[in-house]
Design a protein around this ligand. Structure first.
Ligand code: PMP
Ligand code: GLN
Length: 379
């Protein structure tokens, strides 16, 4: 068999989680919470399972969940998408991103990716015969170098994949970023795949600005989200896509042959749970405490960092301490200090090593405390 993805191996998240397990290390690598969801939400899933909501959901989602997501979107971003034609519930943001990319990219099309980038974008582009064009984010704060983005556009550019709040840097888009993007795609046939899975995790009074809230942008965007991040249930793999009807029609043509539909009782449970805004509005505050706690401890480890603006990740640099590669450092930290992290070179298509590592701080404070104590060994 000739591989369709010859340069792709097993994802770094699987590799590092396995290494953490093998060496009995605290796992701050792959991003998943170390605590459970609200018992009320868990009980709702049990209730809908018991009540017999266990057969296929409608292809585009359970209407009650589409409705409540539409109302929530109106509340958060001042635009009420039509639940029937503009919202689909799918099996995680990964599926949403894959279907959106597959819907727009044809062989030879160029797709802009801002690096470091989450690892699922590029393989999806390649499988559709697209050509990923990698644009580095600015050194320092990982903001967007709009001049470079603009100069990378050609007549072949078909789409741009963006991510705010950003994994791994935590950078949160400003309204000026949105305006730059609008200007970029104005009068051009360029679509946007917007990965907003950390929409409810922003810090220091920053507000997540969804592309849905921007009139010009939403007309050409697939906004992808995930309930896994917001409600500490990454294993459920329930996400969504919001897009204008003509884009959503194409998106659904793909979705119906990738998974067809998404887990039924959980959709009903989420529909009920999302009716209470405090259930999602409290998430930023919850994680800000964790970020502050983790960053406070990180100060005495010798690592350098600026506190994340959003997401549940904290990046840190170590170049002033050591010359070893980030992969080697991550491996040694896992085996010797017993703390696993992600080497950020995995977020670059050519494995560029800028001597950054990423920690997931979505863990109990006691676990973070223990990890921070072990990281003192870096000095
Ligand atoms: N995008 C980003 C930036 C992520 O960090 C993740 C985390 N898994 C995903 C997409 C995928 O989300 P899901 O688990 O809902 O597929
Ligand atoms: N999004 C998670 C992270 O960045 C990982 C998800 C996965 O393992 N596919 O760590």
């Amino acid at each position: 068999l000739r591989s369709k993805l010859p340069h792709v191996g097993t994802t770094i998240f699987t590799v590092m989680s396995q290494m953490a397990k093998d060496h009995n290390a605290i796992n701050l690598s792959q991003g998943f919470p170390g605590f459970d969801s609200d018992p009320k939400l868990l009980e709702l899933v049990a209730k809908y399972t018991r009540e017999g909501f266990n057969q296929y959901a409608p292809m585009s989602g359970v209407p009650a969940l589409q409705d409540v997501l539409s109302a929530k979107t109106a509340r958060c971003h001042d635009y009420e998408p039509d639940p029937e034609t503009e919202i689909s519930i799918v099996s995680g943001a990964t599926e949403a991103i894959f279907c959106a990319i597959t819907a727009v990219v044809k062989p030879g099309d160029e797709v802009l990716i801002l690096e470091p980038a989450y690892d699922s974008y590029e393989p999806a582009i390649l499988l559709s015969g697209g050509i990923p064009i990698h644009i580095p984010l600015k050194k320092g704060d990982f903001s967007i170098d709009w001049e470079r983005v603009i100069s990378s556009v050609t007549f072949k550019t078909k789409a741009i994949v963006i991510n705010t709040p950003h994994n791994p840097s935590g950078y949160v888009w400003s309204s000026s970023d949105l305006d730059h993007l609008a200007q970029l795609i104005r009068d051009r046939n360029i679509f946007v795949i917007s990965d907003e899975v950390y929409e409810h995790i922003t810090f220091d009074e920053r507000k997540h600005l969804s592309l849905i809230g921007h009139e010009e942008l939403r007309e050409k965007s697939f906004v992808c989200g995930s309930f896994g991040k917001t409600f500490h249930v990454t294993g459920w793999k329930v996400g969504f896509c919001i897009a204008p009807p003509e884009l959503m029609e194409e998106f659904r043509k793909i979705h119906q042959f990738v998974t067809f539909s998404t887990v039924t009782p959980i959709q009903h449970a989420l529909a009920e749970y999302l009716k209470t805004p405090s259930n999602y509005e409290s998430v930023s505050e919850f994680y800000q405490k964790k970020r502050d706690f983790f960053c406070q401890g990180l100060k005495t480890t010798g690592l350098e960092f600026s506190p994340a603006q959003g997401s549940f990740f904290q990046m840190a640099s170590y170049g002033h301490l050591s010359d070893i590669s980030d992969k080697e450092l991550a491996e040694r930290m896992t085996k010797e200090l017993k703390v696993a992290c992600i080497p950020v070179s995995a977020f670059y298509h050519n494995g560029q090593d800028h001597k950054f590592i990423r920690f997931c701080f979505a863990k109990e404070d006691s676990e973070l405390q223990e990890a921070l104590g072990r990281l003192e060994g870096l000095k």
